[in-house]
Design a protein around this ligand. Structure first.
Ligand SMILES: *[C@@H]1O[C@H](CO)[C@@H](O)[C@H](O)[C@H]1NC(C)=O
Ligand SMILES: *[C@@H]1O[C@H](CO)[C@@H](O)[C@H](O)[C@H]1NC(C)=O
Length: 219
């Protein structure tokens, strides 16, 4: 083989390996539905890191707003573990594992992570091995889901499917241009001031006109 054809085949190899990595399309849409999926509603997406204090602070006002609008608003939460938060990926994976075992409990677990973030980052896990951290997360998730789920949660952490689900969620965020948490979209459009917690009044100010428009249009 001549030098140029060797270079050519090297580049072809690179191109084909790149295609192979990129062409993985998940079989299902990512995200945890808050309550029912309503087709004709304002569609809110939130990207959260379960160990991010700003995500934690932004959740109560968003939850209050979504509950206020009822079926007029649909909420989906995506996990987006930030690389600079310790154990963010493992705790995001815990949510995907829980969602598979009991989808109704997913949001309870998310709130439990928000309430006890300090157990999983900084000094509290600094000297712990990866295995001990996962063990601690397994116990934490078991407290939320129930003791009968212990072994299922444990094996969830060795199941490559839950690893992939957590990666897909992250990649989905990357495709949408998410670069921090919390990050919100409404009907697919980024919410202004993304990256800082929005209070309840701000949510009402943003969503009220959208909901009113829908009623006027007779939807
Ligand atoms: C699933 O989670 C919900 C909410 O926490 C709970 O009420 C229900 O009993 C759980 N189901 C099972 C099978 O554990
Ligand atoms: C971690 O381990 C080192 C060395 O044993 C110790 O000096 C340090 O205080 C420990 N840090 C925490 C937060 O436990």
């Amino acid at each position: 083989m001549g030098r140029s054809s060797r270079i050519l085949s090297f580049f072809l190899f690179l191109i084909f390996s790149a295609i192979k990595c990129e062409a993985q399309i998940p079989a299902e849409q990512d995200g945890f539905w808050f309550g029912k999926k309503a087709a004709e509603s304002v569609y809110v997406e939130a990207f959260f890191d379960p160990l991010c204090p700003d995500s934690r602070d932004s959740w109560p006002p968003l939850k209050k707003a979504v509950q206020y609008y009822g079926s007029r608003v649909t909420l989906v939460v995506h996990t987006f573990p930030l690389p600079y938060h310790d154990n963010a990926f493992a705790s995001s994976r815990a949510l995907h594992i829980a969602n598979k075992l009991n989808a109704t409990a997913t949001y309870n677990l998310l709130e439990a992570f928000f309430d006890h973030q300090e157990l999983f980052y900084g000094a509290s896990t600094l000297n712990m091995s990866r295995a001990s951290v996962v063990d601690q997360i397994v116990k934490f998730v078991t407290m939320e889901l129930g003791a009968s789920f212990l072994s299922a949660i444990e094996s969830g952490f060795t199941d490559s499917e839950t690893d992939h689900a957590t990666r897909f969620a992250f990649k989905y965020g990357c495709l949408r241009g998410v670069y921090g948490t919390p990050f919100f979209f409404i009907n697919g459009f980024p919410v202004p001031d993304a990256g800082s917690p929005l209070d309840y009044e701000s949510w009402r100010k943003i969503i009220d006109p959208l909901v009113t428009k829908k009623i006027k249009m007779g939807v």
